[in-house]
Design a protein around this ligand. Sequence first.
Ligand code: COA
Length: 197
Amino acid sequence: MNYVEPPPAPKPGERKTKGKLPKVLVKPSKKRKIIIEKAQIRDVEEILELVNVFAESNLMLPRGPQYLYENIRDFVIASDRNVPVYSLTDTREDLHLIVACGSLHVLWDDIAEVRALAIHPDYQHLGLGSKLVEFMKEEAKKLGIKQLFTFTLTEDFFKTLGFKKIKRKSLPPKVWGECSRCPKYFHCDEIGMVLDL
Ligand SMILES: CC(C)(COP(=O)(O)OP(=O)(O)OC[C@H]1O[C@@H](n2cnc3c(N)ncnc32)[C@H](O)[C@@H]1OP(=O)(O)O)[C@@H](O)C(=O)NCCC(=O)NCCS
């Protein structure tokens, strides 16, 4: 299904997301029941849509279906049930909507990367990003991982979760694997951050 409404205008200073995501008709609140769980194959299309809307604004790496299917077990999603949205025909529909996603990718015996963290614009600043990282943190601990790593443009968000900026020279070689596939390879503006578990 395709939906016509673009995401709401960004707050001053924020980059505008260019893509199309369903426009939610009810104001999301902390009281709504939003479920955080591991992703399944059926979620791939919605995850791609969410991630690639932000990728169009250079906020994260674009992803394709092959990456998603191969790495689906890395992904965690947050979904809101029975969300009223506008459809193409301008009628109201209630959807089970994936409103956030993130992934935990194991890099080596002691380090895992937080990737593809994306929260639907209508659902930002409700604590969802923090909850998804917390979920992945617990998963990483259970796996025996000692450190989380991320490349990001939203340093302040990760700072609130205890991540610390790390100099490029100090980054373990394993973290550069994805960079060789990144369109920003020659002009990377992302910051490396780590969290000891
Ligand atoms: C960055 C992002 C993941 C944050 O998710 P969120 O659910 O809105 O974050 P939370 O509600 O858990 O925020 C916790 C705190 O982190 C900080 N924070 C959140 N978003 C921030 C941002 N974009 N920039 C700086 N600080 C931010 C704030 O202090 C916030 O507390 P507040 O809401 O009381 O002000 C989300 O805005 C997003 O998906 N952005 C687009 C994609 C992106 O940049 N992904 C980053 C990883 S590559």
